[in-house]
Design a protein. Sequence first.
Length: 135
Amino acid sequence: RYFVLTPLANLRRLVFQSFSSAFASLNPEGRRFSAVQIVIKGLLYALNAALWTSYFVFLLSARRPPALRAVMAVFPLGALVYVLLIQRYLEVRYLLQAYPFFTVALADALVRAHGAWVHRLDRIDAAGLSSPLRK
């Protein structure tokens, strides 16, 4: 039970992490957060969740060359296995080396989303419909 539930709980803590513990202004005494602190921490949580999501979407995408997916998978997944199964206590600093890979995956997702959006606008223009975004 320990080797199943503990890695799942630690994975949840890794994905939903704001990395704001070093910023005293984002961690007030008694956890009484202002509206600005809540917004900033929310954005940090959303960014980290987007990084993890885009990374796994990148790995599972059939359009990517297998060699590229293998290179993108080896180190971050190895670090993830180490942190989840070998480390007894969760320390996020062991995964900081994997975040460049996550950033590349997020950048790839943003470029593809932008390309899909531009392609959609081109199809609207080609159909003779006027797009208010193109003016």
